[in-house]
Design a protein around this ligand. Structure first.
Ligand code: ZN
Length: 258
């Protein structure tokens, strides 16, 4: 499977990146993980908007989901007629929340359901196209899911937004790549149950036995090199700072490199 970073700016878009969004591809199937502010534009550099097969939203904070409003317009009023609804895996009440964000009337419908077939996320494992997707609740003020996505014997884990939690260690167990938020830098009296620091991201990756840690969701103006250094002090594996357009290929286990 291939991961492309579409947007990695924490909490709101920055001058160099949209807010959170990631494209995951395997066997011709395209899954978009989160679609935060600004992501719909950059996504089009990497995939035709009508080639997306499914969307998964970790939670309903705007920096993870708000560009679903623009995507609804793109599908509903596509040249040549409306595009068929695609599955959107999201927390409870996503259909209503996004419909209201757009300014559509949820009742009577259809709201956004003519373009999106909303499927309510819950902890557990399910098949999404060629992927085996396991979701677990993270530690964040709203209902938020982290993801473990498996394909071809390889594992990608995504923290979404979270404070420190054992659930993330379990989700990322032996992952080839952990895409982990690192919103904060270490300092006294950080709020609990909200976000991780670079050091905490590194600690979660180390305890999970992940091979490669990709730090993401770093806010504009935050010193990324400090975040990297915090993680490096506690995680012995490879570390990358997420950047828009960056690709990570997780070839099927046992495949020879090209
Ligand atoms: Zn959030």
């Amino acid at each position: 499977m291939r991961l492309t970073i579409i947007g990695c700016s924490g909490s709101f878009p920055g001058p160099e990146s949209p807010a959170s969004s990631y494209l995951l591809e395997a066997e011709g199937f395209r899954l978009v993980l989160d679609l935060g502010n600004g992501a719909l534009g950059v996504l089009q550099r990497h995939a035709d908007l009508y080639s997306i097969d499914a969307v998964a939203l970790s939670h309903l904070h705007p920096d993870h989901c708000l560009d679903m409003c623009g995507y609804w317009v793109a599908r509903r009023y596509a040249p040549g007629g409306p595009k068929p609804a695609i599955p959107v895996y999201a927390p409870d009440r996503a259909a209503e929340r996004l419909t209201l964000a757009y300014g559509l009337e949820p009742d009577p419908g259809p709201g956004m359901t003519d373009a999106f077939a909303f499927r309510t996320l819950a902890p557990g494992t399910q098949r999404v196209g060629p992927f085996q997707v396991t979701t677990a609740r993270m530690s964040h003020p709203v209902e938020t899911y982290g993801f473990r996505i498996e394909h071809g014997g390889r594992v990608l884990a995504y923290s979404a937004d979270t404070g420190p939690t054992e659930a993330l260690v379990d989700l990322a167990r032996d992952a080839d790549l952990l895409l982990c938020e690192a919103t904060f830098l270490e300092e006294p009296d950080l709020p609990s149950g909200l976000h991780l620091t670079g050091r905490q991201a590194g600690e979660h990756a180390a305890r999970a036995g992940a091979r490669h840690l990709v730090l993401t969701h770093i806010s504009p103006g935050t010193d990324k090199q400090r975040s990297f250094a915090e993680a490096e002090a506690v995680f012995p594996g490879a570390i990358s700072l997420a950047a828009p357009g960056q690709e990570f290929d997780l070839a099927p286990a046992g495949a020879l490199p090209l």
